[in-house]
Write a protein that binds this ligand. Structure first.
Ligand code: SF4
Ligand code: SF4
Length: 231
């Protein structure tokens, strides 16, 4: 099995293995060929989200992905590369603070039923792997875009029956947030937990309109259109 890995340069590695995960392959290379090869890993069972990389231009968890001959492995996009396949995810994590993506202090102290928990069960399964930020074309051109995972997290708490401060949550994501998303769905396609940030953003938009907000892109378009023919 021979694969290429994007380090400072594209390097090729070969090992006599078959039917193994990418993470097992990387460990084999590190132990037998080059102990300077750097990558992140943790639980080795698709739960911690720390081994996200790109294979053939698509985000995967190295511990879940079975490698194929000639695969090309790269670090996640839209994050600073620290070394080889290790990237700095701090910027993407910081959007949870920007979006205040947590339960408000003054939330109601009520017990949730199983039905209540089901409402945001999927969103609660996020493992913070950052694959969605890597795949997001808006984040790649606007590094202040709050982005898929934090917007999903806002929806997770907004849809929680205990949340009392919905207005603050909706206010916080109006700028560089839900209206900047193009609804391209790239985030959904790469999420290992089957979370659709795109769908969550659509729900946040609906909720925003109920709260009296409008899509600023439509307003800007309407005010910039003067009705004259475009020759
Ligand atoms: S929403 Fe999905 S892709 Fe994004 S960080 Fe969470 S688990 Fe990863
Ligand atoms: S749907 Fe929105 S958040 Fe998801 S990748 Fe596209 S632009 Fe980014």
């Amino acid at each position: 099995m021979k694969i290429s890995i994007q380090r400072e340069n594209l390097e090729y590695f070969e090992a006599n293995v078959k039917d193994i995960t990418l993470l097992e392959f990387l460990n084999t290379i590190k132990i037998t060929v080059d102990n300077t090869l750097s990558f992140s890993s943790g639980c080795r069972s698709g739960i911690c989200g720390s081994c996200s990389v790109r294979v053939n231009s698509k985000e995967v968890l190295a511990c879940s992905y079975k490698i194929q001959d000639e695969d090309k492995v790269e670090p996640l996009k839209n994050s600073q590369v620290i070394r080889d396949l290790v990237v700095n995810m701090d910027k993407a994590y910081s959007f949870n603070y920007v979006a205040k993506a947590w339960q408000s202090k003054d939330s109601k102290n009520v017990r949730l039923s199983q039905e209540n928990e089901k409402i945001n069960e999927v969103q609660s399964n996020c493992i913070m792997c950052m694959a969605c930020y890597s795949a997001c074309p808006v984040y790649s051109v606007n590094e202040e875009f709050i982005g898929p995972f934090s917007l999903t997290r806002v929806w997770r708490y907004l849809s929680d029956k205990r949340e009392e401060n919905s207005t603050q949550k909706i206010n916080t994501i109006q700028t560089n947030g839900l209206w900047d998303c193009t609804l391209c769905n790239e985030c959904t396609l790469v999420c290992p937990q089957d979370i659709s940030s795109k769908a969550d953003i659509e729900k946040l938009r609906t909720r925003s309109i109920i709260f009296g907000f409008n899509n600023p892109n439509i307003i800007n378009f309407a005010t910039s259109f003067d009705g004259s023919p475009n020759f």
